[in-house]
Each structure stands twice: as structure tokens, then as C-alpha cells.
Design a protein around this ligand. Structure first.
Ligand SMILES: *[C@@H]1O[C@H](CO)[C@@H](O)[C@H](O)[C@H]1NC(C)=O
Ligand SMILES: *[C@@H]1O[C@H](CO)[C@@H](O)[C@H](O)[C@H]1NC(C)=O
Ligand SMILES: *[C@@H]1O[C@H](CO)[C@@H](O)[C@H](O)[C@H]1NC(C)=O
Length: 277
């Protein structure tokens, strides 16, 4: 009896210690704070081995996950209530299934995702320019993370002021959207920062950038939603990665790796992106 109580108390102490350490290791502005809590609660019955680790940074601070975790609360285009339920457990071991089988249902433009040319050009869609045709060489390689001025959308003037050298092929633009944590707000916010048409045009005409990444659901500012997309996707050379999670990373040069799903016929896809220092 006494040993059983002692074991329980020790487990409780251990669990409390682990939860405290986890809390301490997160800086106040850590992006993980903003995610819904409740994950990784200490399981007293199963012991400490059953605590899943959810990380934003791997490899001693070398690898940054710049993908947002899919949760029902994540911002979604034109939705007031976020993504909503996207996972259903179709077969459950609690119901005599031999294993757990979940199904998912998502807009291909939800969370951190990529746009293919068929997104805004119907003839490209019909011709089959889907996410399976995107160039993995553009989606993987050296990339620049830059901060853009917080008081403007990305216009030609802003693009010019960034002085991005020729030869830079991949740029992730961090904006006011990150400061405002817009991806973590349920209600779609049309005041997000993005490219105005002239900014998109300037990038296409004056830089070697082919991968354009941004920190909300659209690279195009809401006021130029379609015009900016049309400019970027016309030549079928530019790849747009949207909804990136760019907080708590220093601006500078990294290696980016972005891999979309091979969805035949889809003009968008969820994408997993990481930065490596
Ligand atoms: C899924 O399977 C695990 C065992 O592998 C079980 O513990 C868990 O309760 C199951 N989940 C559901 C929702 O049935
Ligand atoms: C098990 O099946 C019943 C009846 O189909 C359903 O109501 C219940 O939600 C299922 N439980 C789980 C954990 O899937
Ligand atoms: C960017 O443009 C949107 C409209 O598309 C506007 O609501 C927002 O205030 C602008 N942001 C800045 C920082 O100028």
C-alpha cells in the first residue's frame, strides 16, 4: 500500500517537474505559447513516456519548423470560425476496428499551403498545371528571410527599398501579419499585409525571386487579391507559399525545404516547410 502511494507521488512530482521545465523553456513570446494548450498533459496512468513532444525548433536550434500546426482554430480563408473540424476518426479501436483510421477534409488552400498556376488561370487549370507540376528545385534551396516595413503593404516602392540582391531566388517576407499573429486568430482578417499588384510586378520584372513566401493566407493584399496572383502566376515560374509561421527566427539566409503533396489535379496543397540554419 505504502509503495503504491509513494510511486504515485513520485510520478506526480516528476510530471509536475517536466511540465514546469517545459513552461520555463518557452520564452514569453514563443510561438508555442499561442497554440492551444492541452497537448502533452502528463498522463498519470501511463507515466512520463506518454507525453508527446511538440516542437517548433529541432537540432539544437538549427532547424525551424515554419509550418503552422493544423488545428480547428487556425485561420482559414473567408471563414469567421477558423478551419473547423478537419479530422474524423472513421475506424476506432474503441469500436473494434483493428487500428485507428482517420480521414481528413481540408481546402487545399488551408494552413501553410502552396498555390499552383491553375489557382487563378482557368486554362492553366484545364491544361493540368497542378501542384504535382511545381518545381522542387524552386521549393528547396538557399532562402532569404526578410522583414518588410510594418506600415505599408508590399508595393513596388517597398520592394525596391528592400534591396534584395540579384541571384536571390527564394524569399520569405515577414510582415505585420506575424506581429499580429493573424494565422492564430480564428476570424479571417482582410486587413492583412500582402503584395499590391505593382509590388508583384516589380518583383517579377526586377528580381530573380521565384519562391515567394508570406505569413498569412494570401501573398496578395486583399485589395489586390486576384490582380497580384495573376501577375505572379502568369509565367508559371513563380511559386507562392502562403500561411508560413515566421516568428522567433532571425532574418537572414537559410536553406528552405518545402514539400507539397502530390495531388493530381489540385491547384493548391498543404505544404510542410522548414528552414535550416
Ligand atoms: C486508438 O488506438 C489506441 C491504441 O493504439 C487507443 O489507445 C486509442 O484509444 C484509440 N483511439 C480512439 C479514439 O479510439
Ligand atoms: C463508436 O461507434 C458508435 C456507433 O457508430 C459511435 O457513436 C461512437 O462515436 C464511436 N466511437 C468512437 C470513439 O469512434
Ligand atoms: C494593407 O492592405 C489592406 C487591404 O488590402 C489594408 O486593410 C491594410 O490596412 C493595409 N496594411 C497596411 C499596413 O498598410
Amino acid at each position: 500500500m505504502a509503495t503504491k502511494t509513494t510511486r504515485f507521488l513520485m510520478l506526480l512530482l516528476l510530471c509536475t517537474a517536466i511540465l514546469t521545465i517545459t513552461a520555463l523553456s518557452l520564452s514569453p513570446s514563443s510561438p508555442s505559447d499561442a497554440y492551444p494548450s492541452g497537448y502533452g498533459a502528463c498522463d498519470l496512468a501511463g507515466g512520463v513516456d506518454l507525453i508527446p513532444q511538440r516542437r517548433e525548433v529541432y537540432g539544437d536550434g538549427r532547424i525551424f519548423d515554419i509550418t503552422h500546426r493544423y488545428t480547428p482554430e487556425l485561420a482559414a480563408g473567408f471563414s469567421e470560425n477558423g478551419l473547423g473540424q478537419f479530422l474524423w476518426l472513421q475506424g476506432s479501436m474503441k469500436n473494434d476496428s483493428i487500428a485507428n483510421f482517420s480521414e481528413l477534409r481540408l481546402s487545399t488552400h488551408s494552413g501553410t499551403h502552396v498555390d499552383a498556376p491553375g489557382h487563378v488561370y482557368d486554362h492553366y487549370f484545364d491544361a493540368g498545371f497542378d501542384v504535382d507540376t511545381l518545381d522542387l528545385d524552386v521549393l528547396n534551396g538557399p532562402a532569404l528571410l526578410v522583414d518588410v516595413p510594418r506600415d505599408k503593404n508590399i508595393t513596388a516602392e517597398v520592394m525596391k527599398s528592400l534591396n534584395i540582391p540579384k541571384g536571390v531566388r527564394r524569399v520569405l517576407f515577414r510582415t505585420l501579419n506575424t506581429d499580429r499573429q493573424l494565422m492564430l486568430k480564428k476570424e479571417f482578417d482582410t486587413s492583412y499585409v500582402g503584395f499590391m499588384k505593382d509590388g508583384a510586378q516589380w518583383l517579377v520584372e526586377n528580381t530573380d525571386i521565384k519562391l515567394v513566401g508570406i505569413d498569412y493566407l494570401s501573398v496578395a493584399a486583399y485589395d489586390d487579391l486576384i490582380p497580384s496572383h495573376l501577375v505572379f502566376l502568369l509565367g508559371r515560374e513563380h511559386i507562392l507559399v502562403e500561411g508560413l509561421k515566421l516568428d522567433n527566427i532571425l532574418p537572414g539566409i537559410y536553406t528552405v525545404h518545402c514539400l507539397p503533396l502530390r495531388l493530381l489535379g489540385a491547384e493548391g496543397s498543404p505544404i510542410r516547410c522548414i528552414l535550416i540554419k
